[in-house]
Design a protein around this ligand. Structure first.
Ligand code: ADP
Ligand code: MG
Ligand code: ZN
Length: 473
């Protein structure tokens, strides 16, 4: 029996206005090589100047995951050659990173929790992009020198589900902190997965393989699972020593398998040394304090939602897993509805109707409207069934809740007198059945309810039940 060991390295692009060592804008999607200057083009003599905002965002992250913030940290040159790296070195942090230690608590599907250690988080610059098309390769340096926070985990995860839970938690935290867009498609939240196996019970770490090119949660999970199976098979076939060695592998999304990209460099290969162009970073009390003022994080929000709105912990977990959902929920609740109904109408009814990758932010029905719809169920204006019809309509039509209730004739009759009248009419025309019921055939009750509902569209079923019981004695 084997155990899987996973450690993750995540590159988060910090959403500063300007790059980390120059004042070029960081915005995405511009003409190639327009957001550049002598510094990020690596022209001779140009000097880097550290962006204070990037430092501040890194500190906020460290505070959020309870790390040690190093008052002094050092930028180093990581030397390697690649066409998208014009200086032939990347400015990164090596010996003393800005953030050290810390942890995340994962919420697993089965309700259990798991602690994953954070080894470190350091600041560095991104490289440019190589673009290959029509048999030509070109380099776009717009992204060169944009600030990254590389967050390195301990090898604490034991299966791909834990790896995904870790990434989702980390993603939520950086989004809550507002330090990154963390958009996986645009590459502002990128993950490398380090994977190894070992016989169960063994404490030592075996050879790891690093997998790159993982740009969606689904691919990360698939890549890890493929890689674990490959290593286990090699072990069982007696070729582990031959086939599993420290290397970088790429995940091929079409074939669903990992394949060798290059041998893994050791840190010595990078010939790290302190960058003589940059002073050591010194974080004074003022900056530290300012960066420590962080917003409510997912776990705190979860506890508060359970407490304030009396919803289940599981539901609160689903809602707080994304900042957009959490905002949507709290905006809905401003309509004065119950937490339980808020959860159902958001997570079941609305999410169930958003098709084709439409996110909650793009929902055609906003929080205020959905809250208002729920309000109309709670004040007995419409039935639950009517509300579903109403929501279907609102998804397609941007109209006002109350006027659509009128227009579709969804208003239910909740007036005692009118319902009693309807009940009496049904009882009068079914006198035989009334006698049978009174004689003990109690299952006829459902028949009476059905008749009243059928002939009186829009009556409130709960009231029909109550009043029928009274009438039938
Ligand atoms: P590098 O920067 O060269 O990739 P690090 O020592 O910083 O190497 O480790 C990178 C990641 O690999 C960390 O997240 C760490 O937890 C993980 N890791 C280290 N050893 C193993 C192993 N045997 N199995 C799985 N993950 C590992
Ligand atoms: Mg690495
Ligand atoms: Zn620049």
């Amino acid at each position: 029996m084997f155990e899987t060991v996973i450690g993750l390295e995540v590159h988060v692009q910090l959403n500063t206005k300007t790059k980390i060592f120059c004042s070029c804008p960081t915005s995405f999607g511009h003409e190639p090589n327009t957001n550049t200057c002598p510094t990020c083009l690596a022209l001779p003599g140009a000097l880097p100047v550290l962006n204070k905002e990037a430092v501040k965002k890194a500190i906020s992250f460290g505070v959020a995951v309870e790390s040690k913030i190093n008052q002094n940290s050092i930028f180093a040159r990581k030397n390697y050659f690649y066409p998208d790296l014009p200086k032939a070195y990347q400015i990164s942090q090596f010996e003393i990173p800005i953030v050290e230690g810390g942890f995340l608590i994962l919420d697993m599907e089965d309700g259990s929790h798991k602690r994953v250690g954070i080894t470190r988080a350091h600041l560095e610059e991104d490289a440019g992009k190589n673009m290959h098309a029509d048999g030509e390769s070109r380099v776009d340096l717009n992204r060169a020198c944009t600030p990254l926070l590389e967050i390195v985990s301990e090898p604490d995860m034991r299966n791909s589900n834990e790896a995904i839970a870790y990434l989702k938690k980390l993603h939520a935290i950086v989004r809550y902190l507002g330090i990154s867009d963390a958009n996986m498609q645009e590459g502002s939240f990128r993950c490398d997965a380090n994977v190894s196996i070992r016989p169960k019970g063994d404490e030592k770490l075996y050879t790891r393989v690093e997998i790159k090119n993982l740009n969606s949660f689904k691919f990360i999970q698939k890549a890890i699972e493929y890689e674990v199976a490959r290593q286990v098979e090699a072990w069982q076939d007696g070729v582990y020593e031959r086939d599993v060695y420290q290397e970088t592998r790429l995940f091929d999304t079409n074939k669903g398998e990992t394949r060798s990209m290059r041998g893994k460099e050791e840190s010595a290969d990078y010939r790290y040394f302190p960058d003589p162009d940059l002073l050591p970073v010194y974080i004074d009390e003022e900056l530290r304090e300012e960066a420590s003022k962080i917003p409510e994080l997912p776990d705190e929000k979860k506890i508060r939602l359970v407490d304030e709105y009396k919803i289940k912990e599981y539901d609160a977990g689903v809602i707080t897993s994304s900042l957009e959902m959490a905002h949507f929920f709290e905006d809905m609740l401003k309509e004065g509805i119950s937490g339980k109904n808020g959860v159902t109408w958001l997570t079941v009814e609305l999410l169930g109707r958003l098709k084709g990758g439409v996110t909650i932010e793009q929902s055609p029905v906003n929080a205020q409207k959905l809250g208002h719809l729920v309000k109309r169920i709670e004040d007995d204006t419409i039935s639950g069934k009517g509300a579903k019809e109403l929501l279907d309509y609102l998804i397609e039509n941007d109209e006002d809740v109350d006027s659509v209730i009128e227009k579709l004739g969804l208003k239910q009759v909740s007036d005692d007198g009118a319902i009693l009248e309807a009940i009496d009419a049904i009882l009068a025309s079914n006198q035989e059945k009334v006698l049978e019921y009174r004689g003990g055939k109690e299952k006829l009750f459902g028949f009476f309810v059905g008749q009243v509902m059928k002939n009186n569209k829009g009556v409130n079923p709960a009231m029909v039940n109550d009043l029928l019981k009274k009438r039938l004695g």
